[in-house]
Design a protein around this ligand. Structure first.
Ligand SMILES: [Zn+2]
Ligand SMILES: [Zn+2]
Length: 139
């Protein structure tokens, strides 16, 4: 339950937070802040892009979701706050979860005397769909 999740994180329940978390729930497409704003706007006409940015910041800092900085120019968001690998397709620019198994470790953890609280794992290349399209156009 989203309301319970906010309470557990000690966050106040606001319509904006609920709307954003609802939109992201189960979303595996890693939408950008602008995409989130555009999808919410019809339902919440008074919503501003600045409010969406602020709300996403608060939620990410509290650990309710994860910010993905795989693209330099855009901020994308994932409802799964646990660190995991992300893959950016250089052709279609889509972002995918990339499960790399043993590389993914629950935080915090220690490496020698360093306490690791967070990490990012970004991969870049060509996604399966673009590879398929590329192969079929070469035939
Ligand atoms: Zn692609
Ligand atoms: Zn992800």
């Amino acid at each position: 339950m989203i309301i319970n999740r906010l309470k557990k994180l000690g966050l106040k329940i606001t319509p904006q937070r609920l709307a954003i978390l609802n939109l992201l729930e189960g979303n595996i497409k890693h939408p950008s802040a602008e995409e989130i704003y555009n999808q919410l706007k019809p339902q919440y006409p008074s919503l501003s892009l600045a409010t969406v940015y602020n709300t996403l910041d608060v939620l990410a800092r509290a650990g309710a979701l994860q910010e993905i900085r795989i693209k330099a120019e855009k901020r994308h968001f994932d409802p799964n706050p646990v660190p995991h690998g992300h893959f950016l397709c250089r052709i279609c620019e889509s972002i995918h979860d990339l499960d790399v198994g043993p590389l993914e470790i629950q935080t915090p953890f220690n490496i020698r005397d360093y306490l690791v609280k967070d990490y990012t794992l970004y991969f870049y290349g060509i996604c399966p769909r673009c590879r398929k399209r590329d192969r079929s156009s070469n035939q």
